[in-house]
Design a protein around this ligand. Sequence first.
Ligand code: SF4
Length: 269
Amino acid sequence: MLLAHPRTGALFDSPVPPGAGWPGDPATPDTVAALDAAQVCALAAAVTSVDELDALVSVCRACPRLVAWREEVAVVKRKSFADQPYWGRPVTGWGAKEPRLMIVGLAPAAHGGNRTGRVFTGDRSGDFLFAALHRAGLANQPECVDAADGLVLKHTRVAAAVRCAPPGNAPTPAERVTCAPWLDAEWRLVGPHVKVIVALGAFAWRAALHMVGDHPKPAPKFGHAATAELPSGRHLIGCFHPSQQNTFTGKLTPAMLDEIFAHAKDLMS
Ligand code: SF4
């Protein structure tokens, strides 16, 4: 059933077919879909631009369990979003193409990024994160609602280590390994500009260390505000994930997030 995008009013199926006109959709109907881990490796290794990478990521079908889950969620929906189309596809990295700050998260939320098609967009974690980026002068507005809301990041890119919404927010070890080449390719393309990485949670911390490759041995341990200087001169900062579990309990407060981004800005300059 076709439903109207909540901002543009254009009609879409759920999941959204590639190239159907969804705001920010990087793919076309002809974009090649990776169907297994080997194809992810081969396609990711060959990409030469962020636009090309985003298109390939956005149609990937390499993890059968995650493809089934993201598409089922897109059809069943949550009651409060029942009148909206759901993206239901992998969620690409998003933001500046030559970022000085890269923020790495775990995976899209079933009714957040998996609904809106943009990372950390449309859920409370994203509200918390982008409001902090706006306070830090790294986003043009605090509101983050959908992929056509006018939000623009400054010097900042946000990417998830796993690009599809997983059941229970828990990708399997095999799914993490299968998806890693997409993040590695993103790092190859944008990493030369990056001065600081902020990892949201312990899993993102490990993914970021794997992504950069040149970390100290033994690997530095995750902690909130933990800062590791990498051999390349870049810095990796740990931050509690802005999940509702952390923000509702006060484990992560707006002031704590502000301190993280203030520190990141100091190291970026
Ligand atoms: S999790 Fe990553 S590798 Fe697996 S289907 Fe999604 S985009 Fe592809």
